[in-house]
Design a protein around this ligand. Structure first.
Ligand code: PHE
Length: 504
């Protein structure tokens, strides 16, 4: 760093400290407070920064001093309780009762005179020992210490530390550590001092600065973006929410409108309207969550229900023979947690009128299946659904939309394999190439809705491209979650450290 860069990097506080040191050997923080008019905090902070930049040196000296506590002060003034007790005994007061009356701190005194073997107690009377009578005549080291501390005099010479320790244990004195900092200019500091100019700098942009264009004339403090900084954890959206919003963006960019609807739906929309026969294995308890409360819901208008019923029973006028069984409206009323977002496609198509076409709709939402839970499977998962309804839509366009979607999700290679769904013909399984795992990953199903689905719902047979794609595995992969159950833990550490979703 050359001098100019260094000068640029110095904060005004640092500059003021340097200036104050000009021509002086060193200054303490206190002296700097006086010289610069800055407070202690600012000086400490700025001098540390200036030290890092090599323009200041800080010498730190710690020293220990002793101080009297409140109790210590009292004894320094009025004498130690044991000594006062001793004096009274020497003067002829010997009964415990009398002594108790005369002496405020009798109890403490008694403890110590006994401990020191200054007295013996016989029948409630105190008798001085020879040690005790010696002690009445001399000034004890403890007393000397207390008095010298009280008068701020030099400490008496002590033969050992036991009396000091004693006083400390009794809580009559305490130690205090004092830090003294001396701040010096380094050679580098002295060298740049003559070039130092202290000008007012803009440290923080305000609306006023922007409005008045003050940045044109005033100095703005440069920031060193390479310095380490503290980590902050700002509020952010949950990463799954981020992905959902991203997916929403992909579809809306392609001109799709969003369809939304209930998680808890009647079987009619989840199965029957999709030409799924009532004895279809997917409708089994083992695969589907049926509700106890509410157990059943209300079917839509009769006309539609009748068309669906006939389509199941004999194909109605869809050109199909149907499934050839007796359709039961009570089964269609049973409430389920939707097993796919395709229920929303059925609901949407039922609302469309001829003049609305062509249309494109998408959905993103949760679905539920009665799975055995393990690291790869949960009973709930996300799907993104899509339909394109229009006379001219083609099978190739279906593949085009899906390729485009996965490209934007970060998977440039998509392939299609024949599949089977009761509601589509053609039916395709959608797979994407996973470059890191070097394998194909199955992410959903798609196809063109059968006339048995479209005609009862829409009133006429129009091609409808349709798909339903899962993306939990993409999330797991991106966030390196090895167990799908961890996706939905509210683990703050995991959430804080999760990267922003910026596409893949
Ligand atoms: N609903 C199917 C599933 O959940 C996906 C799908 C949607 C298939 C639309 C074809 C058409 O797997």
């Amino acid at each position: 760093m050359n001098d100019k860069e260094l000068l640029n990097r110095l904060h005004t506080h640092e500059k003021r400290i340097l200036k104050a040191l000009e021509g002086k050997k060193s200054l303490t923080i206190q002296e700097l407070e006086h010289e610069t008019g800055l407070n202690k905090d600012s000086i400490e902070k700025a001098s540390l920064w200036a030290k890092v930049k090599g323009v200041l040196k800080i010498d730190e000296e710690t020293s220990e001093t002793l101080e009297l506590t409140k109790e210590g002060e009292e004894y320094a003034e009025h004498g130690l309780p044991e000594k006062n007790l001793l004096k009274l005994v020497e003067d002829g007061e010997i009964s415990i009762l009398e002594l108790k009356k005369k002496l405020k701190k009798f109890d403490i005194g008694l403890v110590w005179v006994k401990k020191n073997n200054w007295v013996v107690i016989k029948k409630g009377q105190l008798e001085l020992t020879s040690k005790g009578s010696k002690a009445t005549k001399e000034q004890l080291p403890e007393e000397k210490i207390l008095i010298s501390l009280k008068n701020h005099e030099q400490m008496p010479k002590l033969s050992d530390r036991s009396s000091l320790e004693n006083l400390e244990k009794r809580g009559l004195i305490k130690r205090k550590v004092k830090k003294k900092r001396e701040i010096f200019l380094t050679d580098l500091g002295k060298k740049i001092l003559p070039k130092l100019v202290i000008k007012d700098e803009i440290g923080q942009l305000t609306t006023e600065i922007l409005k008045e264009k003050l940045w044109k004339t005033q100095l703005i403090r440069p920031y060193d973006v390479t310095l380490p900084s503290t980590k902050i954890n700002p509020g952010k959206k949950h990463y799954i929410t981020q992905i959902i919003e991203y997916i929403r963006g992909i579809w809306t960019d392609m001109g799709f409108k969003e369809m939304t609807g209930p998680l808890l739906d009647i079987s009619f929309w989840n199965f029957d309207s999709l030409f799924q026969p009532q004895d279809h294995p997917a409708r089994d308890l083992a695969d589907t969550f049926y509700m106890k409360i509410p157990e059943k819901g209300k079917l839509p208008d009769n006309q539609l229900v009748e068309k669906v019923k006939l389509t199941h029973e004999n194909g109605w006028d869809t050109g199909s023979l149907g499934w050839q069984y007796k359709w039961n409206p009570e089964f269609a009323r049973r409430c389920v947690l939707r097993t796919h977002t395709t229920s929303l496609s059925a609901r949407t198509i039922a609302k469309l009128k001829s003049e609305d076409l062509p249309v494109k709709y998408f959905a993103v939402g949760r679905c539920f299946r009665n799975e055995t839970l393990d690291w790869k499977h949960l009973a709930e998962f996300y799907q993104t659904e899509g339909i394109v309804v229009g006379e001219d839509v083609t099978f190739r366009q279906l593949q085009g939309y899906l390729r485009r979607f996965f490209e934007k999700m970060g998977f440039p290679k998509t392939r299609f394999r024949p599949g089977y769904f009761p509601y589509t013909e053609m039916s395709l399984e959608v797979e994407v190439w996973h470059p890191a795992h070097k394998q194909w990953m199955e992410l959903g199903g798609s196809g063109i809705f059968r006339p048995e689905v479209v005609k009862p719902l829409l009133g006429k047979d129009v091609p409808v491209l349709a798909w339903g794609l899962g993306f939990d595995r993409i999330i797991m992969d991106k966030y390196k979650v090895d167990d799908i159950r961890k996706l939905y833990l509210s683990d703050l550490k995991q959430l804080r450290e999760a990267q922003m979703w910026l596409g893949v």
